[in-house]
Design a binder for this molecule. Sequence first.
Ligand code: CP
Length: 352
Amino acid sequence: MNTTGFKGRDYLAETDFTPQEIRRILEVAEELKLQNDMGTYHDDKLRAKTLFMIFYNQSLRTRNSFECGMTQLGGHAHFLDPSKIYTPALEGKEVAYSTERVSDVARVLDRMGHAVAIRCYGDPVDWEYGGAHALLREFARWSDIPIINMECDIYHPCQGLADMLTVKENFGDFKGVNFTMSWAYSPSVHKPRAVPQSAILYATMMGMNVTLAHPKGMELDPKIISQCESYAENEGGSFRITNDFEDGFKGADVVYPKAWCPTVFFKPPVGNDSEEEAQAIVDQHKDWKTTSEHMEMCNQNALYLHCLPADRGHEVNNDVMDKTEGPGWRSAIFDEAENRLHAQKAIMSLIM
Ligand code: CP
């Protein structure tokens, strides 16, 4: 397996990699998962190496999968709480804690460790769409070691890779798989767009037949939509958008219904920064909740995916979330969560 060409690269967005490179990373993830299942240690891969992790937001899956992953690869993942360090901030941006320039933090950490992973979206950048991704790119500009995106306001590339691994291990390949990313209702409008945007990018990169379902007002970034259209054309799949919830389930092999915030919630020029207006739009669509009747509309052996945490009783009913075995459709949410570990181990072992 040719894995040259990865060392030293950042993992900030899936679009920084070719579809062929993403397929290679998935092959490495499958290999590492198999070794793990057989009890074969691979703690020589990143022995004595350190991953610094800066979390501006909460996490269960991301933090623990990176920490476990570094342990299994022989290194150490070091958790950095922005309230306990001098918080890296872009120049001119106010944050709640004492700050230090990104350029200085990046140049200190790269003298000690082997990669820096960062999660930042939403409140820390005041819901200014693209502000968090700019912070990560600034880190990467100053750092001599790779920067890994643990979810920003545009992309969640580690989650998306785990999603693709989950699809691949269930369907063997991506060709002909009907993949639906759908909006789902949640009472909270404070939900970033990174997961659905990464899901449709990866799914079109892998050549699946992709449907994006959402009510009017929940449009995703037009640049991402345009990239999906190009990937669909070049990689042999398809891409369409529907405003009908049930349409997204009919004939689907994989459904991924998840809440994200309306466009108006962001600051101008993307939105108009109106939480009340955003809430009013969201509240019109309480019926965008996945039930077992919706899952019955899918193809045989369909998968229900969710990155978690899910808003049980609003985005989805418990009986859908918890039907983790066949016959018929099933929920693959815990496989998907586990696959964060294997996907990220592949990324880290290749780029670090
Ligand atoms: N899916 C995901 O990123 O989970 P956490 O927010 O718990 O890290």
